[in-house]
Ligand binder design. Structure first.
Ligand SMILES: [Fe+2]
Ligand SMILES: [Fe+2]
Length: 291
């Protein structure tokens, strides 16, 4: 594999300005400043309540992170209590402060990334993909060369975490699973649940035929932690190997906490056993000790 065919994605999510843990937010900037990802993906929830001040802080923060960036809104980026704004201008502030493009794309040699909005005014929970969005994404993915790795970014996840099978996900995926598969999507990136987990889409959808890797990031910077430390994903991609390294806050800095390698064998993403970094270090020491 030629080195230039290896792409890196820093996948962060759920910043939640308004509920920021400031040392963690600074720690993320420090950690990413030493890294040069091919692309920084932010999968939504920039703010806590879509207030102007929160959006302005998120905008400033984005300027301190690596570029290029591909961003999508989350449900918290739609106003909740301001009903007029919520139903008539749901993403006006998002467009003004974060990005005017609600279907951002990124293309580089061997990779095509598309982001779409799954947040809706009528619900603060599950994610939705409209028929028009589906038609658009199909057209865009089919236009990319077949050998390209195709990545779809949403705020809401397609699959729930293993320990919460009824968690909020995108609604009605079974209905258009075949269409997603036929346009050759290889990987899905999402957030929303503030939990870091990943698996083959087929683990949840029994009707799924294509092996698509579904990767969720925890909350990168907010105090709205759900039993997990703040974290983000450092993803290394080549056509047949994807490494997902969860980088978690340890109280002082972000460090690698869990690394999973997915080999694509006969079109199937196959995970090597997840090894916590500490356990790997212990094992290495044990193996080095003569019997
Ligand atoms: Fe969130
Ligand atoms: Fe969310």
């Amino acid at each position: 594999m030629k080195r230039e065919n290896v792409k890196t994605i820093a996948h962060i999510s759920d910043l939640h300005f308004g509920r920021i843990d400031s040392p963690v937010a600074q720690g993320l900037i420090d950690d990413l400043s030493e890294r040069h990802p091919t692309l920084l993906v932010v999968s939504g929830d920039f703010t806590q309540r879509a207030r102007r001040r929160q959006y302005a802080a998120a905008q400033d923060y984005l300027k301190r992170l690596p570029v290029p960036q591909l961003v999508v809104p989350g449900n918290h980026d739609v106003p909740m209590f301001d009903v007029v704004r919520r139903f008539f201008f749901p993403l006006n502030r998002y467009r003004q402060y974060i990005s005017a493009d609600l279907t951002p794309t990124f293309q580089a040699d061997g990779i095509f990334v598309l982001g779409i909005n799954t947040a809706r005014s009528f619900t603060h929970k599950s994610g939705w993909i409209s028929d028009a969005q589906l038609a658009d994404l199909k057209q865009r993915f089919l236009a990319a060369p077949a050998t390209t790795l195709k990545v779809l970014v949403t705020h809401h996840p397609f699959i729930p975490p293993p320990r919460e099978p009824n968690a909020d996900t995108i609604v009605g995926v079974e209905r258009y699973l075949g269409e997603l598969e036929s346009c050759g999507v290889d990987m899905l990136l999402a957030g929303h649940l503030h939990l870091a987990y990943h698996d083959d889409l087929r683990s949840h959808y029994k009707a799924a035929r294509r092996s698509i890797l579904s990767v969720q990031a925890g909350t990168a910077t907010s105090t709205r932690r759900r039993g997990e430390p703040n974290a983000y994903n450092w993803i290394t991609l080549s056509p047949d190997l994807c490494t997902v390294a969860v980088r978690a806050w340890n109280g002082r800095e972000f460090e690698e906490s869990l690394v999973t390698r997915y080999h694509r064998i006969d079109h199937v993403w196959t995970a090597e056993t997840q090894v916590p970094v500490d356990a790997a270090a212990v094992k290495a020491v044990e193996e080095a000790v003569p019997e």
